[in-house]
Design a protein around this ligand. Structure first.
Ligand SMILES: NC(=O)c1ccc[n+]([C@@H]2O[C@H](COP(=O)([O-])OP(=O)(O)OC[C@H]3O[C@@H](n4cnc5c(N)ncnc54)[C@H](O)[C@@H]3O)[C@@H](O)[C@H]2O)c1
Length: 252
């Protein structure tokens, strides 16, 4: 579906990023896996094979580190067709109730997730301009497009952070901004808003969540691959500034 496409994935060894990295190579592409987690990154590079994958350590909150990530990827494969931003840096405060949030943690999370996404966009747009084409994909969330379903969390310790809602609405906005800002430059930007991904959540939460969905409820990370491959492929050539919601009908 994406033969020969060269794709950089930040957070490329995470729950979603690792599935994306695998899907890219399985569908004929090459992947530049970027993550702060070095050991897991090197292991994923070995799994996917050095013909199709390279791991580069990157901190997406550091401009110089993103430059290095891009330089290594271009040096290895000769260019970068698309960049997917899956890195998910969180402060120690992450998951704190609304009533207990402190300014320092808020500043940290807002900078690392929104600021990081802006810096990632800035650096890749520069690279895409130099090579004359590019395709940027951000990760938003249903929490950025809809109000949380607080009733699903009753009886659990899980919190739906207010700053997550703000960050993800921000990501949808950043995506539209970049898409329009790069008008006429052969650069497009879209985002994916996944529903919740299965990751050992409490059974009661999973059942409540599923009641709001059409069939499966919480998804596996691999259930997002179809949306990713569509966005990476030329089939979505004229899709720009859009937010693709993959949530099994949760938002309906
Ligand atoms: N998991 C879900 O249920 C879900 C649902 C909707 C949206 N999302 C979004 O998808 C994206 C990926 O989520 P995930 O569940 O795969 O997260 P994850 O925590 O499993 O993976 C994130 C990866 O980012 C890496 N990382 C953290 N800080 C970094 C930094 N500063 N620089 C580079 N890499 C860094 C981590 O090492 C990790 O490998 C996030 O934007 C998240 O908000 C996730």
């Amino acid at each position: 579906m994406i033969p020969g496409k060269i794709v950089a994935v930040s957070g490329g060894v995470g729950l979603i990023g690792a599935e994306f990295s695998r899907a890219i190579t399985l569908n004929g592409g090459k992947v530049i896996i970027g993550d702060i987690a070095e050991e897991r990154g090197q292991a994923l590079e070995r799994e996917l094979g050095s013909e199709s994958a390279i791991f580069v350590k990157v901190d997406t909150t550091e401009p110089d580190s993103i430059d290095h990530f891009i330089k290594k990827g271009v040096g290895r494969f000769g260019g970068i067709d698309a960049a997917v931003h899956c890195a998910y840096p969180r402060s120690d405060q992450w998951g704190t109730r609304f009533e207990d949030l402190k300014p320092e943690g808020l500043a940290d999370d807002l900078f690392r997730q929104v600021g990081g996404a802006i810096l990632f966009s800035q650096k890749f747009v520069t690279c895409f301009r130099q090579q004359g084409h590019g395709n940027l994909i951000h990760m938003a969330s249903i929490q950025g497009a809809f109000a949380p379903k607080f009733e699903h969390y009753e009886g659990t310790e899980i919190v739906s952070p207010i700053e997550y809602s703000a960050i993800k609405a921000g990501i949808i906005s950043i995506t539209k901004y970049i898409a329009k800002y790069c008008k006429g430059e052969n650069i497009r930007a879209n985002c994916i808003s996944p529903g919740g991904i299965l990751d050992k959540q409490p059974v009661s939460f999973l059942q409540n969540y599923k009641n709001s969905c059409s069939s499966k409820g919480m998804l596996n990370a691999g259930d997002l691959n179809g949306a990713l491959l569509y966005l990476l492929s030329d089939s979505s050539k004229y899709l720009n500034g859009q937010n693709i919601i993959v949530d099994d009908g949760w938002g309906l």
